[in-house]
Design a protein around this ligand. Structure first.
Ligand code: P5A
Length: 433
């Protein structure tokens, strides 16, 4: 993308309404704009990040055996009356009446709807297990929407729902999703730690939250440092789920709600870490809560009908954009993890109009095949450096007249500030490698 023509409305002043770094930086770098309280429009740069996160989430859900569907945002109230949650959900639910006076709502989550889809089609234990997910906008009329996309009213969630024949199967589904989550966060370039959690309005008796560490997080967390450096991507396509689960739950990690001082005292002192964290995912096992309430049963091997066991599994896709920035930024701007960066590199033409600079930049831009933002504006070099740092591209390929004449570029790594003078080919190899 040519920056001179891109719709990336950056802001120089620090937006006064934004209390935390990610919100300020998302506004300043032109990723999003608020359209009403807690509701945001995603602009090209922000949307590219959102799509990158979605892609990795989707790949890991598919690899874990979940199947993608797409349910609507608008739901009929009847389903929620069946489950008993229509009144429980209170003011957080956005209620709508259509022209025929039918009660509808903008979905805050989809347990009821997926249970209804399941009961329309699945009749036998032989069709189990099934895990269905979608990536869809949700609406929760939060009392205090704040921190930009981190606690919005409209937000993008990946939500998966598993159906199993028995408790053992449901536990297996839960563990498979937990591993898929650890892999997802690792691929996103984030350190997320699973912590035992309360189940709240979703219900059930087994639940974990996934917390990304960041000083501005809403939760106080306590965890064992041995979580750091575990490679969840090792273990191939047929991982030992019981071993994984035993290993992960043997390490202490809890938010203050669930903090157990006796167990904490057993963690070796050198390993005890305290800090703040952001909840980017939450998984639940709730057995037959919805299948019973909504009268869903399938035939077992003996012909007897039974209620399938369920779990649900959420990732805050839009929240992750903010969380990634909270976890990785400096005074100059965002520092994107490579996997989710909107562009791999910015190409900075320090002398627009100089034939050697223009020619070299165009050549680099073509070789990057759409994965570079080319700063072809006629601004001063300082403006270009500042904007590239603000937008946080992992690499900057800097092309000045002296270098261009000698067939050299400067390559800067945003995260470390390291710079090296290289041939254009070597720079490309590093950036694309
Ligand atoms: C699990 C999937 C659920 O809704 N039902 C379907 C279950 N869980 S949850 O914890 O309530 O939400 C899942 C994740 O969604 C993100 N999230 C939000 N993101 C932005 N703004 C919000 N207001 C918001 N509320 C929830 C969180 O990442 C949460 O872990």
């Amino acid at each position: 993308m040519y920056l001179s023509r891109a719709f990336i409305p950056t802001i120089k002043e620090i937006p006064s309404e934004a209390q935390i770094a990610s919100h300020r930086l998302m506004l300043r770098a032109g990723l999003v704009r608020q359209t009403s309280a807690g509701i945001y429009a995603w602009l090209p740069l922000g949307l590219r990040v959102l799509r990158n996160i979605e892609r990795i989430v989707r790949e890991e859900q598919n690899a874990a055996g979940a199947q993608e569907v797409l349910m609507p945002t608008i739901q009929p109230a009847e389903l929620w009356k069946e489950s008993g949650r229509y009144d429980d959900y209170g003011k957080e639910m956005l209620r709508i009446v259509d022209r025929h006076e039918r009660e509808m709502l903008y979905g805050p989550t989809n347990e009821e709807m997926i249970t209804d889809l399941f009961r329309q089609s699945v009749k036998s234990y032989r069709e189990l297990p099934i895990n269905l997910y979608h990536i869809q906008w949700k609406f929760r009329d939060e009392v205090r929407p704040r921190f930009g996309v981190m606690r919005g009213r409209e937000f993008l969630m990946k939500d998966a729902y598993s159906f199993d024949a028995d408790h053992a199967g449901a536990v297996r589904s839960y563990r498979a999703m937990m591993l898929a989550y650890m892999r997802t966060f690792q691929r996103l370039g984030l350190k997320a730690i699973p912590m035992v959690a309360d189940t709240g309005p979703i219900g059930g008796d087994l639940s974990h939250e996934f917390i990304v560490l960041a000083p501005t997080g809403e939760s106080q967390v306590y965890y064992d440092a041995s979580f750091e450096g575990v490679d969840y991507l090792a273990g191939g396509n047929n991982p030992d789920l019981d071993k994984f689960f035993a290993d992960i739950t043997s390490r202490y990690a809890a938010t203050d709600e669930k903090h157990d001082t006796a167990k904490w005292a057993e963690v070796p002192e050198a390993n005890r870490r305290e800090g703040r964290g952001i909840e980017v995912g939450h998984i639940f096992y709730f057995g037959t809560k919805y299948t019973k309430a909504m009268n869903v049963s399938v035939a077992g091997p003996d012909g007897k009908m039974f209620h399938p066991e369920m779990g649900s599994y959420g990732i805050g896709v839009s929240r992750l954009v903010g969380a990634a920035i909270e976890a990785s930024h400096d005074d100059a701007g965002i520092i994107w993890p490579d996997a989710i960066a909107p562009f791999k590199a910015a190409i900075l033409n320090l002398k627009n109009g100089d034939a050697a600079c223009d020619g070299l930049c165009e050549r680099l831009y073509a070789a990057m095949d759409g994965d570079a933002l080319y700063d072809d504006r006629s601004d001063r070099a300082g403006v270009k450096f500042n904007d590239a740092d603000l937008m946080g591209h992992p690499w900057q390929i800097i092309v000045g007249p002296r270098g261009a004449a000698a067939g050299k570029v400067e390559l800067k790594r945003r995260a470390t500030g390291e710079r090296a003078e290289l041939s254009p080919e070597d720079a490309l190899a590093k950036v694309l490698g």
